[in-house]
Design a protein around this ligand. Structure first.
Ligand code: HEM
Length: 384
C-alpha cells in the first residue's frame, strides 16, 4: 500500500528539516562550548534567539543568515514587537493609532518594521531571481549549475515556504501577503527560543534528568548510519523533558478567542456570542485533577501509559482546535536537535538568579520569561 502524496510530501519536508536542524544544532552547541567561558553565568536566551531566527531563515526562506549582520537586529525587532503589543494592550490609549505613532514606542516600532521589511524584501528578491532562473533553465532544457552549487550561500534550498508562495501561480499570494507571512514566521520563533531557554534552566536544576537525557543521546550517537530524522524521533526521553518543560512553562500562557456563538457552561451559565474569552494553559497545566503534584518536574508524566485516558485538552502548550500552532512539529524537531547537541558537548548548571525553582521570577507579559534572564553556567565535557 502507498502513502498518500500529502503524507509523503510532509515526510520529505521533515526529512530535510531534520538534517538542517541537526547540522545547525551541532554548530550552535560547538560554538557555545568554545565561546562561553566555563563556569560563567550567562543568559542562554541571548544565544538561542539568533539561532532560531537563523533556522527559520534557512528552512522557510532558503536564506543563509548565519553570517548576516542584520540577524541580531532581526531578533531584537521580533522580541520588541511582542513587547510593544503587550504594552499597548496594558496602556489602551496607545491603541489609538495616531497617538501610538507619535509615541516613543511608535517610533521604535517603525524602526523595527524597517529592519524586518528590508530583510523580507531581500529574501523575496533573491527568491524571485532564483525562480526566474529555474524557469529559464527549464524552458531551455539545460542543467542548472548555479542551483546545484553548494557554495551558493544566499539561496540554497528548494521547496521552501517562499517557493510555494511564489511558485504556485494559481494560488500566488500578493507581495504584501508574503511579507506579512515572513514577518509572522520570524516573530514567532521567539516562542521556540524561550522554550529552549526554559529547558536549559530545568536541566540545570534537575541534574538527574539531565544525566538521563545525556545517556539517551550518547547511546543513540553510538549507533552508526542513523538518518537525522530517525535519530531525532528516537530521542524519546529528551522529548519528554521538552514536553514537561512546556507543561510547567507554556510560553503563550494565555490566549483569547471571540465567541462566534453562545457558550453554555456546565454550571448552567451562558457566555453570549461576541465576548472575548481567555484561556490559560499555565493554569490548566497545573490542575491537580489531570496533573497530580503539579509543580513537580517529572518528564515521565508523558510516558504513553501515563498519557492514556488524560483529557485531550489537559495539555495544550500549542493551543488546540482550528487556530492552533502550525509550527508545532517544526518546533519539537528543532528543540530535540538542540537539546541533544548541547547535552553531547556541555553539562548545564544553574546560573545567577536561577539557583532553584523558588528563585525563578517568572514573568508573563506576552510570553513567559524569567526576569533577570535564563541564566546558566556551562561545563565543557571531555572527548567531544
Ligand atoms: C515551542 C514553540 C512554540 C510554541 C509553544 C507555540 C505556541 C503557539 C500557540 C499557543 C499558538 C496559538 C496562539 C493563539 O491562539 O493566540 C500558536 C500559533 C501559531 N504558531 Fe506557534 N508556537 C511555537 C512555535 C512555532 C513555530 C516554530 C512556528 C513557525 C514555524 C509557529 C507558528 C505559529 C503560527 C503561524 C501561529 C498562528 C496560527 C493561526 O493563527 O492559525 N509557532 N503557537
Amino acid at each position: 500500500m502507498h502513502a498518500p502524496d500529502g503524507v509523503l510530501a510532509a515526510r520529505r519536508v521533515l526529512d530535510r528539516y531534520a538534517g538542517i536542524f541537526t547540522r545547525r544544532a551541532a554548530a550552535f552547541a560547538g560554538q557555545l562550548r568554545a565561546e562561553v567561558p566555563a563556569g560563567q553565568s550567562f543568559n542562554v536566551m541571548s544565544k538561542l534567539g539568533a539561532f532560531v531566527v537563523g533556522s527559520i531563515m534557512e528552512t522557510a526562506f532558503g536564506v543563509d543568515a548565519t553570517a548576516s549582520e542584520v540577524l541580531d537586529q532581526l531578533v531584537r525587532a521580533s522580541e520588541d514587537a511582542f513587547f510593544i503589543v503587550a504594552y499597548r494592550v496594558l496602556h489602551p490609549w496607545l491603541l489609538l493609532d495616531w497617538l501610538f505613532r507619535m509615541s516613543r514606542l511608535g517610533r521604535l516600532s517603525r524602526h523595527h518594521e524597517d529592519v524586518i521589511s528590508k530583510m523580507t524584501e531581500r529574501v523575496m528578491e533573491a527568491k524571485k531571481a532564483q525562480l526566474e532562473r529555474r524557469t529559464e533553465v527549464a524552458e531551455s532544457g539545460q542543467q542548472d549549475n548555479a542551483e546545484n552549487d553548494e557554495d551558493d550561500s544566499v539561496v540554497r534550498e528548494k521547496y521552501t515556504f517562499l517557493d510555494m508562495a511564489l511558485g504556485d501561480k494559481a494560488h500566488a499570494l500578493s507581495d504584501k501577503e508574503i511579507i506579512e507571512e515572513v514577518r509572522t514566521l520570524i516573530a514567532v520563533q521567539q516562542t521556540t527560543a524561550s522554550t529552549l531557554s526554559f529547558i536549559m534552566v530545568m536541566m540545570a536544576l534537575y541534574p538527574e534528568v539531565q544525566e538521563s537525557a545525556r545517556a539517551e543521546v550518547r547511546e543513540l550517537d553510538a549507533v552508526q548510519g542513523l538518518h537525522p530524522l530517525e535519530r531525532l524521533k528516537r530521542l524519546k526521553y529528551v522529548e519528554r523533558v521538552i514536553k514537561e518543560t512546556l507543561r510547567l512553562f507554556p510560553i503563550t500562557a494565555i490566549f483569547a478567542r471571540k465567541l462566534k456563538k453562545p457558550l453554555h457552561l456546565p454550571d448552567q451559565k451562558t457566555i453570549p456570542a461576541g465576548v472575548m474569552v481567555a484561556t490559560s494553559p499555565y493554569v490548566v497545566h497545573r490542575d491537580p485533577r489531570h496533573w497530580p503534584d503539579p509543580e513537580r518536574f517529572d518528564p515521565d508524566r508523558f510516558l504513553p501509559d501515563r498519557c492514556a485516558g488524560r483529557h485531550p485538552y489537559a495539555y495544550a502548550p500549542f493551543s488546540a482546535g482550528p487556530r492552533n500552532c502550525i509550527g508545532q512539529r517544526y518546533a519539537m524537531l528543532q528543540m530535540v536537535a538542540v537539546v541533544a547537541a548541547v547535552l553531547a558537548r556541555v553539562r548545564v548548571h544553574p546560573g545567577e538568579g536561577c539557583e532553584s525553582r523558588a528563585a525563578l521570577r517568572v514573568n508573563a507579559d506576552v510570553f513567559l520569561t524569567i526576569e533577570g534572564g535564563f541564566n546558566v553556567r556551562l561545563e565543557p565535557l571531555e572527548g567531544c
